[in-house]
Ligand binder design. Structure first.
Ligand code: 6PG
Length: 464
């Protein structure tokens, strides 16, 4: 019997996804390359180790793998984004037929996905860019899946993907099609940008509780435990409170981890795409730059000479409100970007669908997204409802208090302060851009818009 789905790449994510398909009764052919000494019989070993894979067939030869699949073939690539994808596409191209489908389930750059789609167009081989979120646990038990490419490709994949996707709180599948081209990978890239800033905001709350309020690691864990039972409930908060309470014979594990944070490409890609399309993604910028700075820190001696005073003047509830404020700004920035890009690239990305797909399985799932998913309006940005507006205008004061206290203790909170700056810039009377535009006009004759005629660009004779 030929197999329904082929998976290429049995690393952590590929193997977990394969087990999910296997558990859901989908027959599988599994391929992993052979690299002497490092990757040998990987597919075969996965099959032996996991009962869900006992009916799967393992391969190290691409041709045999392809021949084991029913037509039209449906092949999922679970390999590192970048060259590996192109390399595989060129080795598969001669072996596939029109109507066969390749799904790229990695964190590929959405513009590369668009190029790959165009390259495959003449061959008639279908291609789907699929954002897969949820880490190993999500891939195994129910990921959030974000698809983009041709409708035909999505329809061929849908019956299989829908069996493995997470189930959302409103009992839908965490699976959606967002349009042509690289839309699926674009949505996943923005998901990751939100993820970066969500992680950063939790890390800043931790820093504040530790270095400003002088709390101990497990006490901070207890604070996050309480927050995760509130409107701030999120997967990232849940795992953070577990991390903070994890102890071994040497004490808290977190206290022994060097403060150096790494990154792959999606955060930077989101920031660049945002910058190129005029979207001020300051929340992901602050998260990403904080990771960069963590790799550039001066030697420990200099770091420890910084001021360490503990102020108890801010309550944990005040910090909680400041944190909630910044999370709304983070989501607002990224949903604004999605709206703008969906319009630009002609993708059918509905904010409510996004909230739904992101309300289960993925890393950024949270009660905030569930709440946004329930909002009925699609055209107007979800955040302009009066409830959220009034929340922001009251918790703004708490955020200021937190930032003041942090600066008193020489603590930088870039995510939280960017959230406040962004909000103030959006909402306050701010004529500074008028001055910048006048400067541009003065030295470069770029023109200015006068208030009484805001659609007409005119050069003012400054030097006359
Ligand atoms: C997910 C994650 C996952 C991965 C990212 C994180 O949704 O499951 O986003 O895709 O964790 O690669 O990016 P960094 O490695 O850059 O932190």
């Amino acid at each position: 019997m030929k197999k329904e789905i082929g998976i290429i790449g049995l690393g952590v994510m590929g193997c977990a996804l394969a087990r999910n398909f296997g558990r859901n009764g989908i027959s599988l052919a599994l391929y992993n390359r052979h690299l002497s000494g490092s990757e040998e019989k990987v597919a075969l070993r996965a099959i032996q180790e996991h009962t869900e894979l006992k009916k799967a067939q393992g391969f190290e030869e691409v041709k045999e793998f392809i021949e084991a699949l029913e037509r039209p073939r449906k092949i999922i690539l679970m390999v590192t984004a970048g060259e590996a994808v192109d390399h595989l596409l060129s080795s598969l191209s001669g072996l596939l037929h029109p109507g066969d489908l390749i799904i790229d389930g990695g964190n590929s750059d959405f513009k590369s996905t668009e190029k790959r789609l165009n390259t495959l167009l003449d061959s008639g081989v279908l291609f789907l860019g699929l954002g897969v979120s949820g880490g190993e646990e999500g891939a195994l038990n129910g990921p959030s899946l974000m698809a983009g490419g041709s409708r035909e490709a999505y329809e061929l994949a849908h019956p299989y993907l829908s069996r493995i996707a997470a189930i959302t709180p409103s009992t839908n599948k965490a699976l959606a099609y967002f349009g042509s081209g690289g839309s699926g990978h674009f949505v996943k890239m923005v998901h990751n940008a939100i993820e970066y800033a969500e992680m950063q905001l939790i890390a800043e709350a931790y820093l504040f509780l530790r270095n400003v309020l002088g709390m101990k690691t497990d006490e901070i864990g207890a604070v996050f435990d309480a927050w995760k039972a509130s409107h701030s409930k999120s997967y990232l908060l849940e795992i953070t409170s577990e991390i903070l309470q994890t102890k071994d014979e040497h004490g808290f594990v977190l206290d022994r981890i060097a403060p150096i944070a790494s990154y792959n490409q999606t955060g930077a890609s989101a920031l660049i795409e945002g910058a190129l399309s005029g979207q001020p993604l300051s929340m992901v910028a602050s998260a990403l730059f904080t990771r960069f700075i963590s790799n550039q820190k001066p030697p420990q001696a200099e770091v420890s000479s910084l001021k360490r005073t503990h102020s108890k003047t801010i309550s944990i509830e005040t910090l909680h409100k400041a944190y909630a404020f910044a999370r709304i700004v983070n989501h607002y920035q990224h949903f604004s970007m999605i709206n703008a890009s969906a319009y630009h690239y002609r993708w059918d990305i509905k904010p409510n669908d996004l909230c739904e797909v992101w309300s289960a399985g993925c890393i950024i799932r949270s009660s905030l997204l569930e709440r946004l998913a329930q909002a009925k309006t699609v055209e107007t940005p979800l955040f302009f409802n009066s409830e959220i507006q009034s929340e922001l205008s009251t918790s703004k004061e708490e955020l200021k208090a937190v930032l003041n206290a942090a600066y008193q203790s020489d603590i930088a909170l870039p995510g939280l302060s960017n959230a406040l700056n962004y909000y103030l810039q959006l909402t306050a009377d701010d004529p500074s851009a008028a001055l910048v535009q006048a400067q541009r006009d003065y030295f470069g004759a770029h023109g200015v818009y006068f208030k009484e005629e805001a659609n007409r660009l005119v050069h003012y004779p400054w030097k006359a």
